[in-house]
Write a protein that binds this ligand. Sequence first.
Ligand code: SF4
Ligand code: MG
Length: 326
Amino acid sequence: DQALLDIQELKTYFYTESGVVPSVDGVTFQLKRGETVGIVGESGSGKSVTSLSIMGLVGQPGKVTGGKIVFEGKDLRTASKREMRHIRGNDIAMIFQEPLTSLNPVFTVGYQVAEVIRLHQNASKEEAKVKAIELLKMVGIPRPEKVYSSYPHSLSGGMRQRVMIAMALSCNPKLLIADEPTTALDVTIQAQILHLMRELIRENDTSIILITHDLGVIAEMVDRVIVMYAGQVVEQTDVFTLFEEPKHPYTKGLLNSTPRIHDLKDELESIVGTVPNPRSMPKGCRFHPRCPYAMDKCVEEAPVLEDLKPGHQVRCWLHEDGEVTL
Ligand code: SF4
Ligand code: MG
C-alpha cells in the first residue's frame, strides 16, 4: 500500500559565506500511515533540517536543492506557498523542543489554540473556544478554563509542551513531526508527554516522525529507526533489530555509549572524535576518521546505502560480501 510520505534523495544545502553545508545529503525513506519512525544522530547530523524540509520551512541561506518529498502522492517541492500553508495547517503538524519560542508571549494560550482551530476548521469564535478547552483537557491540562486565559510565560515547560501538542493536534494531522519534544522537560513530565503522544497515535492513526537524542524514547515509542550521520542515512531498520543487531559501526557506537541512561547528548563523547566539518567532509566514508573498523577502501570510496535484508539498510563497506556481526 502507498506510503503516506515518500522521501527520495532529499538534498538541503546551506550556502554560507564560509562554504556550502550539505546538511541533508541524499536522504531517502518512507513512512506508512499510522507508523512511527524515529530519527537519531548527533547534533548537526541533519535530523532537524530533514523535518524543516518536509514542512517547507527551510530559511535562508538554506535551500532544498534536490530530490522529492512526496506526501499523499503530491511532491511538496512543487507546491505553492499557499498550498504548503494549507498542508501545514491541516495535514502535517510539528512540535518543537522549546515551546516557549513557538508560542506568542503577548496572547493568552487559549486565544492561540482557538485561533488555530478557527482558521483551519472554519469555526466561529465560540465554537473554537469550546473546542480549545476540550483539547486542553484532552492533553491532560488541569483546570483548562483557567489555563485558557493564562499567558505562556506563566505556565511550566511541561504545560507549554502540552499546549503545543494540543495545537498540533487541533487539525487532526495525518503526520506529526516531533523534534526533541521532551528534551527540555524533566523525566516525569517527559514520560507523561510520551504517554499522551502514544494514546493520540493509537486513537487517530497519526503517522509520526520522532527526532530525538534519547534512545530510551526510541525504544519506547517507534516502529522503525533511521540513523543519520553527517547529512546521510547510515542505517535504517526496525527498532528491535537496531538494538539487537546494529550493523553500522556508528549505530553500534551509539548503543555502546549509552549503557543505561540512553541519553546520547551526554554520552556521545565516548565515540572517539566529533562530527566532521560539513564544509570539508572526509573523503570516502564520512565516518572513517572515527570508525574503529575502518579499512583502506573506506578512506577512498564512499559507501552507498544498501539493503542488507528486506527492511534493513546500511551504508558500510564491512557488509559488502555478506553480513558481519559487530
Ligand atoms: Fe567504518 Fe568503513 Fe563502514 Fe565507514 S565504511 S562505517 S569507515 S567500516
Ligand atoms: Mg535538532
